[in-house]
Write a protein that binds this ligand. Structure first.
Ligand SMILES: [Zn+2]
Length: 88
């Protein structure tokens, strides 16, 4: 669970944050108020988008699948660990 910026309780679930963006907020399970990801946090994920572009240039399909899996793990790790929750 992640801390809500409104009530400072752990009211934001793992899956809620995983699928939350700057334009699709979620509700805190404790206070019911809406929370979103900071737009500045989206900038943190730009390197993974750039790496995704270069992934299509890899010829070996197994290597491409392996790198895609790794990239998805890195993307979710950065998103869950460093994306800042903001009150809306
Ligand atoms: Zn809350």
């Amino acid at each position: 669970m992640f801390e809500c910026p409104h009530c400072h309780e752990r009211g934001i679930g793992f899956l809620q944050k995983l699928f939350m963006g700057s334009t699709n907020p979620a509700r805190c399970k404790r206070c019911g108020r809406r929370v979103a990801i900071s737009q500045l946090s989206v900038i943190l994920l730009i390197p993974t988008y750039v790496m995704m572009f270069f992934l299509f240039k890899v010829d070996d399909s197994w290597l491409r699948i392996l790198l895609l899996g790794l990239l998805i793990v890195v993307f979710f790790y950065i998103h869950l660990k460093y994306s800042k929750l903001i009150p809306i």
